[in-house]
Write a protein that binds this ligand. Structure first.
Ligand code: KG4
Ligand code: ZN
Length: 369
């Protein structure tokens, strides 16, 4: 459906990692936002042989795919470039080659069609994506678990974030991908581990729950990865059942670690916002597709009196609808970039909360292998 006049219509572009994406989102006064198109060209096949994202291959694939993806997004939304009110593009954090492709394309379109350009932080896209589904009130907590990030962020409003917790080593998706590689399971690792874990014994291997019980709210996964390597090495060669048992034990360790770590931030939210009537945890990122993790987080939220919101997989994983929506939220909040977006350079590192102490994995996106 073509948007009518009173609506805000934004074209979003996302190229920060291995998905080439474009979307058209329309915000209508007093009505839920409408995702008119959400096109994602995944590069999984290009990277599968390498067991992870290869930055150079990703950048070339974005160059080849982006024009067609944008055309498809506009066509599906029955919208012409001249109809959109603005173009929102991911300017970071991410792989610099891919970011350059998206940002340069968006600048060219903005200049040619005389449209405002909005440079978006990819993490802000994830942080606000829940509000595309439901009118979640600020402030709320967001757990972002993807191949490049693991963090808990207090979302106070567009442009206003506090990072409460982050990984001190590997991202959670990275831990799934590395475990899958070690077990000889296909890329991307997360879905493979979840699939084989279904027929495994989660109690067979006694794997660590990193940082469990510690007062600091952060995450750590590299010790768990090492423990998996040692457990697998001790019984090699692995039978199919061994692989399933290790995957199931790993997944259980992750679930119990997340329960313990996330609970810290739920308790802090309760203490800091004692009068919040309906606190909410939203989850985003590819790992949020994992059913064992979703179920555990939903139960944990129930136990702590929190609502739990997990957007559908197509909005949890990387997409451009969340970038278009972040652009709309910024437009509505009157948040204009200090820097002219037409001269903005891509930023491989761009934490949401600039005041938070730098930690590995916080505000950085790199190759996922
Ligand atoms: O958000 P995403 O699509 O891209 C990044 O921004 O990284 O997340 C991809 C990550 C990969 O590490 C993948 O293995 C993981 O999410 N993942 C999963 C599952 N589906 C995807 N991890 C665990 N269980 C899953 N079902
Ligand atoms: Zn992402």
């Amino acid at each position: 459906m073509r948007p009518d006049h009173a609506d805000i219509c934004v074209l979003g572009i996302e190229t920060s990692c291995d998905e080439t994406a474009a979307a058209v989102v329309v915000a209508q006064p007093g009505r839920p936002p409408r995702i008119c198109s959400n096109v994602v060209l995944s590069q999984i096949a290009e990277h599968a042989a390498f067991g992870g994202v290869v930055p150079e291959i990703a950048a070339r694939a974005h160059v080849e795919g982006l024009d067609g993806v944008i055309e498809a997004a506009l066509a599906q939304a029955e919208t012409r470039l001249s109809d959109v009110d603005a173009i929102a593009v991911t300017a970071g954090p991410g792989l610099i080659g891919g970011l350059l492709v998206g940002l340069m394309t968006a600048k060219a379109l903005a200049a040619a069609a005389s449209k405002p350009l909005i440079a978006i932080n990819h993490l802000e896209g994830h942080a606000l994506s829940a509000r595309l589904m439901a009118p979640v009130a600020f402030p709320y907590l967001m757990l972002l678990v993807s191949g490049g990030h693991t963090q808990i962020v207090l979302v106070k409003g567009p442009g206003s974030y506090e990072r409460w917790a982050s990984t001190i080593d590997d991202a959670l998706g990275e831990a799934f991908d590395k475990t899958a590689k070690l077990l000889g399971l296909p890329y991307p690792g997360g879905p493979s581990v979840e699939r084989v874990a279904a027929s495994g014994d989660p109690g067979r291997f006694d794997l660590p729950r990193p940082l469990k019980g510690e007062a600091r709210p952060d995450f750590s996964f590299s010790g768990l990865k090492t423990a998996v390597r040692q457990a697998a090495g001790a019984i090699a060669p692995l039978s199919q059942q061994d692989v399933a048992d290790i995957a199931a034990s790993f997944q259980r360790a992750i679930v119990e670690t997340l329960e313990d770590r996330v609970a810290r931030s739920l308790l802090r939210f309760r203490a800091d916002f004692a009068d919040a009537a309906a606190p909410v945890l939203v989850v985003a990122g590819g790992v949020a597709a994992n059913r064992a993790i979703r179920t555990a987080l939903e139960r944990l939220c129930g136990d702590h009196g929190f609502g739990f919101l997990a957007p559908p997989a197509e909005l949890c994983t990387d997409n451009a609808a969340m970038i278009a929506w972040a652009g709309i939220e910024r437009l509505r909040a009157g948040l204009l970039a200090q820097e002219d977006p037409m001269t903005q350079a891509p930023r491989s590192r761009w934490p949401l909360d600039m005041s938070a102490a730098p930690l590995i994995g916080a505000g950085k996106r790199g190759a996922k292998a």
